[in-house]
Design a binder for this molecule. Sequence first.
Ligand SMILES: Nc1ncnc2c1ncn2[C@@H]1O[C@H](COP(=O)(O)OP(=O)(O)OP(=O)(O)O)[C@@H](O)[C@H]1O
Ligand SMILES: [Mg+2]
Length: 525
Amino acid sequence: MNESIPSSETAAAGRLPEEPPRRLKILHLEDSPVDALLVQEMLASENVDCEIIVVSEPADFERELAKGDVDVVISDYSLPRYCGTDALKRTREAGPETPFIFVSGSIGEERAVEAVRLGATDYVMKEHLRRLGLAVRRAVEAAESARRRREAETRLAEERNFLADVFSSVQDGIVVLDADLKIVQTNPTMEKLFPDRMPLAGKPGSLFCPGGDGSIAATTLREGRPAQSVCTMETAEGKGEFSVYSYPLLERSTGRQKGVILYLRNITHEHALQQQLFQSQKMESIGKLAGGVAHDFNNILQAIMGFSEILEGEIPEDDPRHADVLEIRKATDRAVALTRQLLAFSRKQVLNPVDLDMNGLVGNMGGMLQRLIGANFQLRYDFDSAPARVHGDTGQVEQVVLNLVVNARDAMPKGGEIAIATRQREVEEPEAAERGAPWRAGRFVCLSVKDTGTGIPPDVLARLFEPFFTTKEKGKGTGLGLSTVYGIVQQHGGWVDVKTQEGKGSTFTIYLPALGQEPPKGPAA
Ligand SMILES: Nc1ncnc2c1ncn2[C@@H]1O[C@H](COP(=O)(O)OP(=O)(O)OP(=O)(O)O)[C@@H](O)[C@H]1O
Ligand SMILES: [Mg+2]
């Protein structure tokens, strides 16, 4: 049996508590047509606006249930081919909130309690069928409010998840402080940055904004205004430079300040790039100055040289003044050599570039380099298997190698090994951007000179390429070696990269554009 019983006209006037009023679909599992009719009449008399589908077979029941639009299930407790509790189980599987009401004459008190324990919404004894209308209304109301609660909970959970996603996607560190400036919450970025300091909850906020009582968080709390400072902190990735901002944390409803929010922005990279820019601007201006002076000075030296040559010719060799003139010539020669180095630094040298192979160039210098550094030092070569070809001035590039090898020697007072290597490498755009100018993308020949000497302390590193900067004692170094290297390499369209570790040694690597590579644009060309 599976027939649809329209409700009586009077039922149309029935009002359910929820607006807008909706006609209920009731699935009634019942094998007795008389009982089915009784239930229909009872609901009609109670003004329940509904459409009732009466089924008696399990298959029909399950098919109707599967349609998913049943508002209430009313079921007999014991049917010939179906047990009421099985029907309840199916209903719960189909929709955990669909109201299920047992209507039975045979259900005893104990079974009724058991039925509710199994998930039935209610039970109505046949002798109290008058209660059915109320039972249906209550059940529908309860199901409706459960549905609304569930929807609200889902919406709330979605909102919470969304905010949590935002909170954890922010790459800045976020620290929430209470009115005692104690940490109440942090975002996952903080855990990545400071795993050693975890857990942070309850710790003082001053951990992330140094400055004691005058810290920016205290200022924000006291004065209710944002504050900012910069500080250096040890992170999982080493020392990091941070810009820390503090903002008042306000209660939305009252506007009252209940704490402080700290934002930690890692500016290590930007800071390094900025320093690099300052450094290259400084070198640029020193270069201009040095180049200008050297150029004029060179002209004066040419005049001194010319006139001393004339004097040398005019004064006979047996005249004691002849030796004086020779001294003038010697001093002038030294001054010319010095100005040449300055001109190299300021990239004012006239280059005579040819296609040359760095492997061959370094190989040819081998004997000379070994004589220069002495027997306490071993030179180790590691050449790229392919010719490392560049377009360069042989004499100038040799000067670069020579200066680097001499520095490596000086860094190892007890002797040691100096490793010279050549490599070809492709610098990709992301790496060039990450390293900042003068790095640029392209194919380069790299020549590196590695020592296991003293290494370079940070204060020396900052001034390494400045002309006349030396840490060597008076008379031992002019401080022009690396500035010459810097100028020559730049004039060839390349740059110098330094890696150093105090007490372990240094590696100087020069990058020269591989043959056929575009020269760089701009003033460095
Ligand atoms: N391989 C190195 N290891 C450690 N320190 C180095 C190395 N190369 C250079 N330096 C440091 O850099 C400074 C400057 O080097 P640079 O070659 O410009 O001048 P110098 O070697 O002192 O004098 P010179 O004009 O004779 O070369 C050195 O005085 C030294 O302190
Ligand atoms: Mg030197």
